[in-house]
Write a new protein. Structure first.
Length: 451
């Protein structure tokens, strides 16, 4: 058997260190975002705020960038969105908690009944010459990993929502100073969510594997079979966050469009329309908190699936810790690589990027086209009135405009709720097949009994 490139000790150091580095980097980005103040402040010394002999504050004062009313209004809107999103998530998590406990009990009963809650070791499913831990242990540890995955998924979504609501007004204020400053603020806030999600998921999964290993020892098949509950928990919570939040935001969006545009002739995203705040709240809980849980579910599922495949493969029998944790090593290195690449500017690689990917863009364009996007474009085409044909279709409130708005309200749920729900359902079914396969195999696949 060949030797590994890393020793077990090196593996045990590399994985948690990379996860901690990712968490620290995300916190640094959060601090950088927080340096954009939501209040117009004069710097302490004009000498420290000079560039090319001019005082930046005086220039910003002359251009109206430090307008107190604008800054106060942005802070007020941000607080309203943050409060609404937090209230929605706390209410949603109450129902999610009930489901989480009920489904955890169901997992325990189903997996424990494989051998009638036996406490005796049984021959392994994929290697009958080895003895694996009893069914009761698999049920207990699978339930624990499910709960850990669910909690981590919820935390990932909540942290993503917090940084999004924290950075939205700051990005708006920075946009008055130029596209570059607005982009870097938005990019840093996105990096906070991305690195926190990946690093937290990796760290919790690694700690869980090491704790379970205290009981399972070298029983890799039983260990990683129990770990599959981690991915199942992440996807289960994503189903609530992504689809539940998507339905909420679509309800607010439809209400804002129908009442504001059609009945009251109010422009889109106008502050006079109270449904706009509800729409922004829904965007945060659905497209950010829900997306965070969804991405974590995909990340956890792919990691757990790779671990299971490694444990049941012939080369995985009696193999080293480093080989079994190879999927986690890939994720660890990925965090460091992503960290490094965020420091590179992309304008130097425009020609190389286009030459490599332009021939393949047509596939992306075809797959990205959707009914909701087409109706949304039609609606904005009529509202803009930029061409003679658009003006002939009439102003806002005309019959073609009403038809486009109705089409947009139909197409948005199709692409923002129905599509993501099917995506999550496919992943959920894949992980459930890994968790419940031993149960159905033991009971014949059709009829079963608990005891």
């Amino acid at each position: 058997m060949g030797s590994t490139l890393l020793s077990d000790l090196a593996t045990e150091i590399v994985i948690p260190v990379c996860a901690v580095v990712g968490i620290v980097f995300s916190l640094v980005q959060w601090v950088l975002v927080s340096r954009v103040k939501l209040s117009p402040e004069r710097t302490a010394s004009s000498s420290t705020n000079k560039k090319n002999g001019y005082n930046d504050y005086l220039i910003e004062e002359e251009e109206g960038i430090n307008d107190h009313n604008v800054v106060a209004k942005c802070a007020e809107i941000q607080n309203a969105i943050s409060e609404g999103a937090t209230s929605f998530l706390f209410t949603e998590y109450q129902y999610v908690g009930v489901f989480m406990v009920a489904f955890a009990i169901l997992i325990f009963l189903f997996l424990g009944s494989v051998e009638s809650f036996s406490t005796k070791s049984q021959p392994c499913t994929y290697n009958v010459h080895e003895m694996c831990k009893p069914a009761l242990a698999t049920a207990i540890f699978s339930t624990i990993s499910f709960l850990l995955g669910a909690v981590t998924s919820v935390v990932s979504g909540f942290l993503g929502m917090k940084i999004a609501t924290y950075a939205n007004a700051r990005t708006t204020l920075e946009a008055r100073k130029g596209v570059g400053k607005a982009f870097i603020t938005a990019f840093r806030s996105g990096a906070v969510m991305g690195f926190l999600l990946a690093a937290n998921g990796l760290l919790v999964l690694y700690i869980t594997i090491n704790l379970f290993k205290l009981y399972y020892g070298d029983d890799w098949e039983g260990l990683f079979e129990a770990i599959t509950g981690y991915g199942l928990g992440g996807s289960s919570m994503a189903l609530f966050g992504r689809v539940g939040g998507g339905i909420y935001t679509k309800a607010a969006d439809v209400g804002a469009d129908l009442v504001g545009k059609v009945e009251r002739n109010i422009p889109e995203d106008d502050p006079r329309n109270p449904a706009v705040i509800a729409d922004n709240v829904g965007d945060n809980v659905g497209d950010i908190a829900g997306m965070g849980s969804d991405l974590f579910g995909s990340y956890a599922e792919s990691s757990c699936a790779a671990l299971v495949v490694a444990s049941i493969s012939s080369f995985g029998i009696n193999h080293e810790f480093t080989a079994m944790c190879y999927p986690l090593l890939i994720s660890s290195v990925g965090i460091i690589v992503c960290l490094i690449t965020t420091l590179f500017a992309t304008d130097f690689f425009d020609a190389l990027w286009c030459s490599c990917w332009l021939p393949r863009f047509w596939r992306t364009a075809i797959s990205a086209s959707n009914t909701g996007g087409a109706w949304d474009n039609a609606k904005k085409y009529i509202e803009a009135g930029a061409s003679e044909h658009a003006r002939t279709l009439g102003p806002k409130g005309s019959e073609p405009h009403k038809a486009a708005v109705i089409g947009d309200t139909i197409g948005d749920p199709l692409k923002d709720t129905s599509g993501p729900s099917l995506n999550i359902l496919i992943k959920l079914m894949a992980v459930e097949s890994l968790v419940f396969a031993p149960f159905f195999a033991t009971h014949g696949g059709l009829l079963f009994k608990i005891f």
